[in-house]
Design a binder for this molecule. Structure first.
Ligand SMILES: [Zn+2]
Ligand SMILES: [Zn+2]
Ligand SMILES: [Zn+2]
Ligand SMILES: [Zn+2]
Length: 348
């Protein structure tokens, strides 16, 4: 959690090192050099080396992160499908799933060819997003069920009825189609979005979730001062206006994206998404020595993000890829990001 007013330690979602010194990445379940198991420890909340417990009878695993040593076992989704590198604490004897996988209310029909692969991509993006969201100071973790509303995920495909990706009362629904690269690229071009990614979907929908958890009943007046009154026009009317007239004129002066100009809820979710993008890029830059600033205000983060963004974008263009950082953050958006940043200080 941030400890100094207005600044935060830039620790978000960096890679880590195995006990043998090899770099390990967030998706790894095994070190590529020494072959030892690696994964996310839910007790010390690190991506770390692991070792099988000495008593082979219980098939336990021990976290090797300095000072942790907690006993763990693998998540059921790793055992059955091989796609989850987060562990379960052995003391949680009733839990088959890790802290990420246990949030699932509905998983795809795995008898349909291709669904397992799409679900794997979604879970990988979900894990990375939630880990970083927690590192940024937003409440998530083993005691998630105590939060109201508790966070839940449903992964659905629209075979029998159309499925809309969205958030409702703590439950985030993701259309499985988003994990199909061709479909996602088609939607990205058709909707005129500079980027459309699985991680972006999770960050956006989590923005709606954290609005209901941290804003709605605590600081909604301060929210309305910055983002506008979400009651007028109401969401359905705002949506109708947006889809018939297009985005607000000059939207880029006040909003992070065209879609953000549709309604204050979407503005909050889009700004939340961009804030987490920024935190992730800065943490990685810091880990690899591209940025030396450890503690930053939001203004400072935005300036540093702009500096690194220019370098990253030029590298993307060198390779003929789309820009890594398409975002231009103007003063009104910085104020909105400061509001989001401050929510981490009051979160339960
Ligand atoms: Zn290793
Ligand atoms: Zn640990
Ligand atoms: Zn899991
Ligand atoms: Zn939304």
């Amino acid at each position: 959690m941030p400890s100094a007013i207005g600044t935060t330690e830039n620790k978000f979602m960096p890679p880590s090192h195995c006990q043998c010194g090899q770099l390990i990445f967030f998706e790894n379940a095994q070190c590529l050099k020494c072959q030892s198991p690696v994964g996310i420890c839910p007790s010390c909340w690190n991506l770390t080396s692991l070792k099988p417990a000495s008593s082979s009878a219980d098939e336990g695993i021990v976290c090797l992160h300095q000072g942790c040593g907690v006993k763990l076992r693998i998540c059921q989704n790793q055992r059955l499908h091989g796609f989850c590198n987060c562990l379960v604490e052995s003391s949680e004897s009733n839990e088959a799933f890790c802290v990420f996988c246990r949030l699932n209310e509905m998983i795809p029909d795995l008898s349909i060819p291709g669904n397992l692969d799409k679900w794997r991509k979604l879970e990988t993006a979900k894990r990375r997003t939630l880990f970083g969201t927690h590192q940024a100071g937003f409440p998530f973790g083993p005691h998630q069920e105590e939060l109201q509303p508790p966070l839940k995920f449903s992964f659905k495909s629209d075979y029998s009825e159309p499925v809309t990706t969205g958030h409702f009362q703590g439950s985030i629904t993701i259309n499985l189609r988003e994990a199909d690269e061709v479909e996602r690229e088609r939607a990205r071009v058709n909707l005129g979005e500079p980027q459309r990614t699985l991680i972006g979907h999770f960050r956006h929908e989590l923005g709606h979730y954290y609005w209901s958890l941290l804003v709605e009943n605590t600081c909604v007046d301060a929210f309305r001062n910055l983002f506008g009154d979400e009651r007028n026009p109401d969401y359905a009317s705002a949506q109708q206006i947006y889809y018939s007239n297009g985005p607000a004129y000059n939207w880029s002066m006040n909003y992070i994206s065209a879609y953000a100009s549709m309604h204050p809820w979407e503005d909050f979710a889009e700004t939340f998404n961009a804030y987490l993008d920024m935190r992730a890029v800065l943490a990685t830059a810091s880990f690899f020595g591209l940025s030396r600033v450890k503690r930053m205000s939001v203004k400072r983060m935005v300036a540093e993000y702009g500096r690194i963004g220019v370098i990253a974008n030029e590298m993307s263009r060198d390779m003929g890829l789309i820009d890594l950082v398409p975002t231009i953050v103007n003063s009104p958006v910085i104020e909105k990001m400061e509001f989001i940043h401050d929510l981490t200080k009051s979160s339960p």
